[in-house]
Write a protein that binds this ligand. Structure first.
Ligand code: ADP
Ligand code: MG
Length: 266
């Protein structure tokens, strides 16, 4: 009911893929041509930092979140929605794919609230309204999503800077996706000796956060997988630097870490 079709694949593209000439765009177009339904969420923190520095705006992070004042918010929005998002759309279109870029502000699709007043305009996702995404999917396009939400600051409706990882998890959950795949810059989740963990239950993944083995930028990815597992059967964290990482993950080949609910482990 209201759902376009099942088997939606949500792909979060992180810093590894952005700005590199890798094969992710090719894979997205190949999967689209096979008839797969894809949704892409991108990050772009490094590119935002580069522009802030070009504009001589100082920036700092607290627990992995960018402290976002008014001026930084405008740069975050301009860079993510204007530059990063459009490059991805053009990349897909130039390979013969169909894509439409949007942010969580558009169609009111990511509702957020201020996470912590000290972080400024940083939002956490409150609700994902899947209708705008489903409309784009129905048209046969890949939605390319810049992680901005809308919320209220003071009395005023505002755009808010949301982390792409939890946004991807919440979008996958709201769409009842078949799979959530994070493309990142490491082979997957590594144990304390740096060895790849190919398969984890939700409990195992969660205890890796507790023990500090999973830290920094890996924390929001694992948390997003754990949240998405309420409706999404398969979540994966794979190395976006590997050629055709996405096709390999879809084919059940390649490396990376798969996190599933315990009951679904074979
Ligand atoms: P992205 O741009 O894909 O969001 P991040 O840098 O935010 O990438 O997150 C990935 C990073 O998480 C890795 O480069 C690594 O430094 C860090 N990390 C922390 N703990 C782990 C772990 N246990 N296994 C793998 N990577 C980890
Ligand atoms: Mg990150």
């Amino acid at each position: 009911m209201g759902k376009v079709q099942r088997s939606i694949i949500v792909v979060k593209i992180g810093g590894s893929t952005l700005g590199n000439h890798d094969t992710t765009m090719e894979d997205l177009v190949a999967l689209q041509k096979e008839g797969r339904t894809l949704v892409v969420v991108h990050g772009g923190a490094n590119i935002v930092s580069e522009w802030l520095s070009r504009m001589r705006i100082s920036t700092r992070f607290e627990n992995g979140l960018r402290v976002t004042d008014r001026q930084s918010l405008d740069v975050v929005a301009a860079v993510l929605c204007g530059l990063v998002n459009k490059e991805l759309v053009i990349g897909i279109q130039s390979l013969g794919g169909r894509a439409i870029g949007l942010s969580g502000v558009d169609g009111g699709f990511i509702e957020a609230r201020i996470k912590n007043a000290e972080l400024g305009y940083v939002g956490e996702v409150v609700k994902v309204n899947p209708e705008p995404i489903e409309a784009i999917l129905k048209g046969g396009y890949i939605p390319i999503i810049a992680p901005l939400g809308f919320g209220v600051k003071g009395e005023k409706a505002e755009k808010l800077n949301v982390n792409g990882d939890p946004a991807a998890g919440d979008i996958a959950a709201a769409l009842e996706a078949e799979r959530l795949i994070f493309l990142t810059d490491v082979p997957g989740i590594l144990d304390s000796s740096g060895k790849l963990l190919p398969r984890l239950s939700a409990d195992e993944a969660s205890s890796l956060i507790g023990s500090g083995v999973v830290s920094g930028g890996m924390i929001p990815k694992v948390e997003a997988c754990l949240r998405a597992l309420s409706t999404v059967p398969i979540t994966q964290i794979v190395d976006g630097r590997e050629p055709h990482a996405l096709l390999q993950a879809m084919a059940g080949k390649g490396d990376g870490t798969t996190i599933v609910l315990t009951g679904r482990m074979e």
